[in-house]
Design a protein around this ligand. Sequence first.
Ligand SMILES: [Zn+2]
Length: 201
Amino acid sequence: MGIEAVNSRIADIQSRMIAMQTQQATATRTASAASGTSAPAGSFATALADAMGTQSSAGVAKSYSLNSKGIPTELVGYGNGKIPANALEKVGNTNHKLWAPAAESLNRMISDAKAQGVTIGITDSYRSFDEQVDVARRKGLYSQGGLAAKPGTSEHGWGMATDLDLNNKAQAWVRANGEKYGFVENTPREPWHWAYKPKSV
Ligand SMILES: [Zn+2]
């Protein structure tokens, strides 16, 4: 890792620590209000381990509050293709963004694959509503034999799907391992499209 990468990693970890501390403070206030105690919701060690991308939660994938269609309830109110930047997170050093937990999981998947000599590239991720309109115009609607979802319905519009650039080896690797990271191949004719399907609480 070069010094720039290390610095950027440190900055990333610091920003996540701040986010965790904010969350923790909120959770603590909520817990205090509910029970009169002030037990913290998490620990520094847990937060640090999370930020480092290690298997802090005993290797178990985190669970999220999802609606009946599997969309995180924290995103539903924004609307498909209208997710604000602060609910999205960059994938690695790319300009691609996903719902933050999906981005973190994809980052782990890409780095674990890399450690095994498998290269996973990324060609697409979050798509705003306008971008979905553009893709539908260029690639045609899936329902009509094309490759685009009806604008406003794409999994990409929730930041919950990514299109990966996979050679044969990488395709096989993601098919064998993707589910461990929450990514499933759910669209016939689109072996590059991987949807993030976290566990529901
Ligand atoms: Zn896709």
